[in-house]
Design a protein around this ligand. Structure first.
Ligand code: CP
Length: 315
């Protein structure tokens, strides 16, 4: 296993997280470098993606590397029965870094066990999405000026939403207060509730997204109900429209409140929120490029501090 892999947000300590956020800030100011000259990166997406794949591929391009990969596994030999193990071993023969999304929880961890090529988990089932968490943290830091002592309200599909699972774990370093707003069917899984208890993180569980909850939040993190994870589509139909955030619901919210969403959205944020200055989800997705440039450099052992000094010396 390559120790530069990023499989779970739990792989990162507080110092590493803060260092990556500093790197993301640098890449936002200076996105184009040639540090990946001669390097090839694979993006293996066994599940659909818009933002994660395209921002990773843009990041590689902006860093001067090249990308191979697929966005539709049905066009690959996995459709002929090739195992994940064989696919990873084969692709490792060609590239310096593998970025992968897979529908099975634990797939990225498994990949690290069959290759020495670093693996970045771009989402594994309902489990983890650590690179989304890094851009979420960067977005929170940019909009709040701090990661410490914030009240964060997570809304929607807390059962299957891997982004909220990763975010919750990363926030343990920053003294958050959480509100979990979900219907009975999509409550935060017990393991994450237990995690909060063990870490001493205060949390409340709510079924309604009330004015009181909204007005005492610094961040509201909306999520899509993950249709693709439901075994019973009738159940999905019952719960899919449980929460819709509308602009009128934000009228008495805190000035610093920002609305985040990992996207894609379906019905959970009404389009009338888009023009509200508290809507931040499109900027959040843009931040993904800078966070992912930082993550790629980290996985490939590129010294961003040195790069910063060189860049500033040339300025
Ligand atoms: N947030 C996110 O993972 O989006 P995509 O599914 O479009 O990559």
């Amino acid at each position: 296993m390559n120790t530069n892999s990023l499989v779970s947000i739990a792989d990162l300590g507080k110092e590493q997280i803060l260092r990556l956020l500093e790197s993301a800030r640098f890449f936002e100011e200076h996105p184009n470098h040639k540090v990946l000259d001669g390097k090839v990166v694979a993006t293996l997406f066994f599940e659909p993606s818009t933002r994660t794949r395209l921002s990773f591929e843009t990041a590689v391009n902006r860093l001067g590397g090249r990308v191979i990969g697929f966005s539709d596994a049905s066009t690959t030999s996995s459709s002929k029965g090739e195992t994940l193990k064989d696919t990873i071993i084969m692709v490792s023969n060609y590239v310096d870094l593998i970025i992968m999304r897979h529908y099975l929880e634990g797939a990225a961890r498994y990949a690290t066990e069959v290759t020495d090529t670093p693996i970045i988990n771009a989402g594994d089932g309902a489990n983890q999405h650590p690179t989304q968490t890094m851009l979420d943290l960067y977005s929170i830091l940019k909009t709040q000026g701090t990661l410490e002592n914030l009240t964060i309200t997570l809304v929607g599909d807390l059962k299957y939403g891997r982004t909220v699972h990763s975010l919750l774990m990363a926030m343990k370093y920053f003294k958050p207060r959480f509100r979990f707003v979900a219907c009975d069917e999509l409550r935060m899984p017990r393991e994450y509730v237990e995690f909060c208890r063990e870490q001493g993180i205060p949390f409340e569980e709510h079924k309604e997204l009330t004015r009181e909850v909204i007005d005492s939040s610094d961040i509201i993190y909306m999520t899509r109900v993950q249709r693709e994870r439901f075994a019973d589509l009738d159940e999905y139909e019952r719960v899919k429209d449980f929460y819709t955030l509308r602009a009128s619901m934000l009228e008495t919210s805190r000035p610093n409140l920002r609305i985040l969403h990992p996207l894609p959205r379906v019905n959970e944020i009404n389009q009338d929120v888009d023009d509200n200055p508290k809507a931040y989800y499109f900027d959040q997705a843009r931040n993904g490029l800078f966070a992912r440039e930082a993550i790629i450099c980290d996985a490939l052992g590129i010294d961003v501090e040195k790069l910063k000094k060189e860049t500033l010396a040339q300025a």
